[in-house]
Design a protein around this ligand. Sequence first.
Ligand code: HEC
Length: 195
Amino acid sequence: MEINDKNPVEKDELTGDKLLSGHEYDNIRELDNRLPKWWVWLFIITIIYAVIYLFVFDVIKIAPHQETEYTNEMAAAGSAAPSPQAMVFDTTMMPLADQAALDAGKAIWDKNCIVCHKALGQGLVGPNLTDNFAIHGCRYFDLLTVIANGVPEKGMISWKTQLTKDQILQVTSFTMTLKGTNPPDPKAPQGDPCK
Ligand code: HEC
């Protein structure tokens, strides 16, 4: 409604505040107050924020969208985690011989294996791995298979869900170096003599 001399700004009788014209429902009228400053500022800030957001994420693209971030992190986690499906070994594989791989293997051994096989492999809950006997075979491939798949019913853990394929190759190569080391206090031989 146009405001002029005939139709002056209407004021609230009690407070004298400006009334909004044309807004009357069930005798309830709205005041035409100014928006609070804090509210207006908040509104302006959201607009500024939206512009910065658009610029950063969609124009110069210096920050990834959360979807991209999610896919990236999933990919990173996927490549770091062991993938048991890909844990295929073949009989022609040879133990890793380079020192870095054997050192890495020893670190994995120290962390995961000595509770059952003892620090020098002389055997405790698990068999002695330094003698010339084995329950599951003496070849590198046999060890890889046992270490990857475990013998759960006998207490040997399946490592393929906890170690990567490379880590299994490393720790198995290290385990091979224990053969014939004659550590003190060995556990009695188990299994069949190696040929
Ligand atoms: C919770 C105890 C436990 C842990 C931890 C463990 N083992 Fe074993 N391991 C055993 C037992 C028990 C056996 C014997 C399984 C059987 O009788 O068939 C065994 C068997 C083996 C064998 C086969 C020995 C044979 O005579 O054929 C190898 C090799 C071996 N473990 C290596 C490892 C390596 C490497 C690790 C660490 C990554 C490891 N184990 C961690 C308990 C363990």
